[in-house]
Design a protein around this ligand. Sequence first.
Ligand code: CFM
Length: 550
Amino acid sequence: MTAKIDNTTAMRIDSAEVKEEMLKKYPVKVARRRSKQIVVNKVEENDVVPEILSNTRTIPGILTMRGCAYAGCKGVVLGPTRDILQITHGPIGCGFYSWLTRRNQTRPKDETGTNFMPYAMSTDMQEEEIIFGGEKKLKKAIQEAIELFHPKAIGVFSTCPVGLIGDDVHAVAREMEERYPDVNIFGFSCEGYKGVSQSAGHHVANNKVFTDVVGQIEAPKDGKFRFNILGEYNIGGDAFEIERITDKCGLTLHSTFSGNSEYVDFASAHTADLNVLMCHRSINYMAEMMEKRYGIPWIKINFIGANATAKSLRKIAAYFGDQTLIDTVEKVIAEEMVETEKVREEVRARCEGKLAMLFVGGSRAHHYQELFTEIGMKTISAGYEFAHRDDYEGRKVIPDIVIDADTRNIEELTVEADATRYRPRKDETELKRLAKEGLTLSYYPGMMPEMENNTFVIDDLNHHETEILIEKYKPDVFCAGIKEKYVIQKGGIPLKQLHSYDYSGPYAGFKGAINFYQEIDRIVNSRIFRFVKAPWQESPELAGSYAWNK
Ligand code: CFM
């Protein structure tokens, strides 16, 4: 039975000692490198925190939690859009394994609405294409897709072999667009090996969607308060809950990049008056570029957590500065909080003081700390798989980030103000008002300034370090993904998947917060995991023999 330790005891554990223990198994060179990625948090004046090494290559031989550039581009940024027909140019596995496993949902506006998401489309490259080139097969695939589905737009996604053999997906896209001028066809150079993680794929996706889609259609939506949400991907229905709330507040959500979205929403997104940024890591490039070209300001928000949702709605209302809107938002918050508070109080009584660890992607390890705090739980250790220093330490460190060759390989677009469509949304007086009200534009403070001292921040965590973390702190719940789930659960610690939500959700907004409180309550108060005995606890060594010839 795993004995539990409480919050105060855990905070007394010397994280520096735990770090030493993690490093001691590594060869000297590896230890030196990992030691810069394992950081004991310390928040100083002006939110200054220790520097953390991140967005750097995983050391060969270490089992990483990361994914590839193709996953970041096709799976993450474009995947949740229902009516851009998406063709994976590559061997069948890439298309198959990126096919809805992320649980991004969508809801066409009516029964006749286009939805390609239930399909996995791929050129299914074979040896013949690897040797003689796959462009011909790609052209045929595009032609076949157009004849069958008549899409408005087609995205072609490159997998590793495409880059290795030199297929030019962009030339194919141009040629096919000439043949079918009514279809917007664009290719992504998101070969899996690009960069050091899926983060590279986010950047590739942002660039192409910005140059080839945003600004293509002039279709402003009606409404006084028109905004886009960037970096919300509708996992487990999160976007549906956010849409419910923002509708109720009287806001006009022009488009979401890219949960529950359509091509036309992206193409006309430049007509909205505000961008709110949910996942900073995956889409801050788009926010910056839209601001430069079209003059749309952006603010960082977070709809994970009831208090965070309330705070985010207040920020949006403050940005528009309209009294009726501000009053409606307050009314909605008050209404929604009744049920949320009731459940929260009940759950908090059973969860107070329990410990959580969060190791997820590039933003959720931060966002979900809000939900745990609301039920009295403490995040003792957290980290990202592929975030950059600004996601950890705040955007203030961007000028100091050393750009290495892997990052330099990903194109950085030079963007200028659009000659006719650049329109600053706020004048000097308005900007002064916003500053006075404490609303910071274009800024993300990062995860570490919001974590306590002596908590443990680890970038690109691996199994060896996970085992030590678990042994030392015995958390009540560990949040990560499917690759970690069963290893950790065999060690007697429950694991909650924060990528796919384990068949559940939504967790965003007020109703989502209720779902999360109740689920965590069930998880951390279930006794079952304490009785788990891992196979290696009983017989630490596995012996095997060949059965052939018997
Ligand atoms: Fe952003 Fe995401 Fe995340 Fe991400 Fe992802 Fe994801 Fe994630 Mo999995 S876009 S960085 S690349 S919030 S798929 S919806 S859960 S690792 S923390």
